[in-house]
Design a protein around this ligand. Structure first.
Ligand code: TYD
Ligand code: MG
Length: 456
């Protein structure tokens, strides 16, 4: 007879326990334990449902390294994020908020891979819904190698896989799958763990790569357990602002490449389109120049991007001045304002300050500081900065302008896009061949110097 037992799992990190606990001992989250009744089908004694292949210890020098074969997805942006394509036998998890475009991205990829047999397993949409979406995405081209399967029981899925023998499997989503070996509901932590483990076992024994789609929770972590992130080889995060068309695929973990790469897409009426030159999008195109706007050269992953920062400074109407920020941390904005008050006689207490980063991007790179400060000062003095000037530098609490990493890449990007001058830290120029660039490099050590050059 099948044994039934109840277990408690931490919603946050997947820690398992036989009893309820108020606080998870591993991740420290309060009130995160949930009870799940697990009925495990009897597995033969001494064997778990997942058996590892026979392997014996080998000396590391004896292992011959073959070139790892990679599947190309038809989208350079996606291939780059993965480090050059999908590695055979790897398991990839793509996380993202609902409606961000995960299903669209992977279905488009399945349709674009014309040389490979791709199986798209969906537990969320019906065959006809998938067909409708595919028609919209591919303008009526034929795809003899793209198969869809709407099934959620993993044992059934593996039977189909055995007969079809696909080159790539896409699962939309891991939260809808269910294994017969476990009797808890689909989407519960024990089901997610079991289904992922079954797919992992399949990947490693058959060398067929699998892409799993995973939902994320309101807090932004992958729904279900962190433990999934440990099992899979690559974790990708699909993010973007619902109100803007831009979507970024970021790599959080990659066993076969660096995590510094990222891919940028734009959501259009007929699906996702690769954005090869992001700088042109994040800088608004206009003829007139306004005060309160400055262009920063930031790094997203490995990529330099020119991005417009806009500030609005006005006299405070109410007793307490208002501060608002979209796309940048509000506390850091307050810090920059305090430095400005001290260094540039910017009367902080009497002004409302609002900041906006163009394109709905959230910027973490501190190199944006200098552009933010320039935009604020430009709005406060009502003197516009010309559109051929850009900024890249971090500001310290004493108003000193600090060097930022990978300055050569940033200068090259500004140069390529035809900027005529760039403000950067004096300490950033060591060992740089300035004559290679047409852009004029203006180096400053303190913020007051920039104020003098731009606004006086
Ligand atoms: P979807 O891939 O269903 O999101 P997810 O699987 O992450 O939940 O994408 C949903 C959104 O994308 C939907 O709100 C509409 C938009 N969309 C387009 O703008 N154009 C398109 O061609 C498609 C297919 C979707
Ligand atoms: Mg979906």
């Amino acid at each position: 007879m099948a044994k039934s037992k109840s277990q408690f799992f931490c919603r946050n990190c997947g820690t398992q326990s036989t009893q309820w606990m108020g606080r998870c001992p591993s991740c420290g989250e309060w009130n995160s334990f949930e009870e799940e009744v697990i009925v495990r089908a009897e597995a033969p004694k001494g064997k778990s449902s997942i058996t590892l292949s026979q392997s014996a210890p080998r000396c590391i020098d004896d292992i011959s390294l073959m070139e790892i074969p990679r599947l190309h997805t038809g989208y350079c942006e996606f291939d780059n994020v993965l480090g050059g394509g999908i590695v055979a036998g790897s398991i990839i998890l793509l996380g993202g908020e609902p409606g961000i475009g995960k299903s669209t991205l992977l279905l488009q990829m399945a349709l674009a891979m014309r040389q490979q047999k791709v199986l798209y397993i969906s537990g969320e949409e019906s065959d006809s819904q998938l067909k409708m979406r595919a028609d919209r995405l591919s303008d009526g081209k034929v795809h003899p190698h793209c198969y869809v399967l709407t099934e959620t029981i993993t044992q059934e899925i593996f039977k189909r896989i055995d007969t079809l023998k696909p080159d790539l499997i896409i699962v939309d989503s891991i939260q809808t799958l269910q294994s017969n070996l476990i009797d808890s509901a689909a989407g519960s932590i024990s089901q997610i763990k079991e289904c992922t483990a079954e797919f992992q076992h399949y990947c490693k024994t058959s060398a067929v790569p699998v892409c799993l789609i995973g939902h994320i929770t309101k807090e932004g972590s992958l729904a279900g357990p962190k433990i999934l992130e440990h099992i899979v080889d690559t974790v990708l995060q699909f993010e973007g602002d619902q109100h803007y068309g831009y979507r970024i695929v970021r790599c959080i973990k990659n066993r076969f490449g660096s995590t510094a790469e990222l891919g940028i897409f734009e959501m259009r009426a007929n699906g996702l389109v690769e954005v090869k030159n992001p700088s042109e999008i994040f800088v608004s195109q206009r003829d007139e120049i306004f005060s309160g706007s400055a262009i920063a050269t930031i790094l997203e992953g490995n990529r330099p991007i020119m991005i417009e920062t806009q500030a609005l400074v006005s006299s405070a109407v109410y007793g307490t001045p208002q501060r608002g920020s979209a796309g940048y941390d509000l506390r850091r904005l307050n810090m920059l304002l305090a430095v400005l008050e001290k260094r540039c006689q910017f009367r902080l207490g009497a002004k409302d300050v609002f900041l906006n980063i163009a394109g709905g991007l959230h910027v973490e790179d501190p190199a944006i500081n200098l552009a933010i400060v320039a935009a604020i000062l430009s709005s406060a003095t009502d003197i516009a900065i010309d559109t051929k000037t850009c900024f890249s530098g971090e500001m310290g609490l004493n108003g000193e302008v600090r060097a930022v990493p990978r300055i050569e890449q940033r200068i090259a990007e500004a140069d390529k896009l035809g900027f005529s001058r760039m403000f950067l830290s004096k300490y950033n120029l060591k060992g740089i061949q300035t004559q290679n660039y047409k852009v004029q490099l203006i180096t400053i050590a303190k913020i007051e110097e920039m104020f003098g050059m731009l606004f006086e």
